[in-house]
Design a protein around this ligand. Structure first.
Ligand code: HSE
Length: 431
């Protein structure tokens, strides 16, 4: 589609829908001057067309019926901002079948049902734009698809969930417990009433699914990603991490080792002088290493009406500027030559917090089990002294295999000197 005028219909007039409408109305003239494309906001559909969103929508634009957009022959691009799986999936498939291009911010839908959607888009010769689905306003999809197209992508490390980054940042600054900061985040509107997907790493894994497919040509692999959230992180862990020179962040990691890809989402200890560990509050960042370009990092707002709307409008212009639909099908790429590594086969460094009864010989018992599982210790901290009572014992390891770590913890947790379940956190960075 290469047209000077692009007729757009938005389904979903929530936060991102209103940001998108506002940008089209406020910056339309600038966009036209720059690109030669005039975006006409033809319709906006939402069940609630009464609530004031603070956007001066021209008369006749609002409708409660999404199919007034999907079935309107004059509309070129349907923007799906309903979220969730249904009816968003039906809207997208029906819009594609009606010959529309689709733009969406819906990472959950694309990560889990994307094959069906991209297949339909390919069959119809239409595009599915999803810049807004990963890291909000950061144009990381364009970076991976275009800017770094000449590179083998060696690794991707992303802080791509603002809610969990906000929670960890405040826990770090204030030494506050997870539950208290989560409550504040909900009061401030940074966390949803049901924050499960954000704090359990699910939202991060949805985004990693898309990034990894785009970067490595692998099928959408949400189910194959190792996922662990931040709910078990304590202020104590954060304080020990700091003492050891690290910060704790919820990271999305995609890393190629030989022809195997590690795909994992978990709290990660990062050297506190690394650039990505300085990304705080609700901000997002994606750190990418390519074989030609070397290290690169992209930073910005991962959520919110205007940042995410910025990504949506960029997709609309991108679609309008191309002669034909660019399908995002990952299915047509053919064999990618990569396999996804079993998470038990990953190798990294580890932080352990054992809860031990403070008595002589405990450390040697624990280090004996670690040694028997090929795990080598690089640092030990035991500060508190309460003879016979439970105290934390912190151990940092050299590189070790996850399988050995899991087996060692199982064995250690059966020792009579262990007073509570052992916690471990993966550590990234140079040894
Ligand atoms: N809930 C997401 C976050 C924003 O906290 O980053 C939308 O992806």
């Amino acid at each position: 589609m290469s047209k000077a005028v692009v007729n757009v219909g938005i389904i979903g007039f929530g936060t991102v829908g209103s940001g998108t409408a506002r940008i089209i109305l406020q910056n339309g003239a600038l966009i036209e001057k720059r690109t030669g494309k005039k975006i006409i906001l033809k319709r906006i559909a939402d069940l609630d067309i009464v609530r004031d969103r603070g956007v001066a929508v021209p008369p006749g634009v609002l409708t409660t019926d999404a199919y007034e957009i999907i079935n309107d022959p004059s509309i070129d691009v349907v923007v799906e901002l309903v979220g969730g799986i249904q009816p968003a999936k039906k809207f997208m498939l029906d819009a594609l079948k009606q010959g529309k291009h689709v733009v969406t911010a819906n990472k959950a839908l694309l990560a889990t049902k994307g094959h069906e959607i991209f297949k339909e888009a390919e069959a119809q010769g239409k595009s599915v734009g999803f810049e807004a689905a990963v890291a909000g306003g950061i144009p990381i999809i364009k970076v991976m698809r275009e800017g770094l197209v000449a590179n083998n992508i060696l690794s991707i490390y992303g802080i791509i969930n603002g809610t969990s980054n906000y929670i960890l940042t405040r826990m770090t600054r204030e030494g506050a417990p997870f539950e208290k900061v989560l409550e504040d985040a909900q009061d401030l509107g940074y966390a949803e009433n049901d924050p499960t997907w954000d704090i359990e790493g699910i939202d991060t894994a949805h985004k990693l699914t898309l990034l990894a497919s785009l970067s490595y040509g692998i099928p959408l692999s949400f189910d194959r990603i190792y996922k662990e959230g931040i709910t078990a992180i304590t202020p104590e862990d954060i304080a020990y991490a700091s003492e050891l020179g690290y910060k704790i962040k919820l990271l999305a990691i995609a890393k190629v080792v030989n022809s195997e890809i590690e795909l994992r989402v978990h709290p990660t200890m990062l050297p506190e002088d690394s650039l990505i560990s300085k990304v705080d509050d609700v901000l997002n960042a994606v750190y990418v290493i390519g074989d030609a370009v070397g290290e690169t990092m992209y930073y910005g707002r991962g959520a919110g009406d205007m940042p995410t709307g910025s990504a949506v409008v960029s997709d609309i212009i991108d679609i309008a500027s191309r002669g034909k639909g660019r399908c995002c099908s990952f299915l047509s790429a053919g064999p990618c030559g990569y396999t996804i590594k079993d998470s038990l086969d990953i190798e990294t460094m580890y932080y352990f917090r054992f809860t031990v009864l403070d008595r002589p010989g405990v450390l040697s018992k624990i280090s004996g089990v670690l040694g028997a599982h090929n795990i080598s210790i690089s640092a030990v901290i035991q500060k508190e002294r309460r003879e016979g009572e439970a105290v934390p014992l912190v151990v940092l390891t050299h590189r070790a295999k996850e399988r050995d770590i899991v087996n060692a913890v199982k064995e250690i947790d059966t020792l009579p000197v262990i007073a509570a379940k052992t916690r471990f956190i993966r550590v990234e960075g140079k040894e």
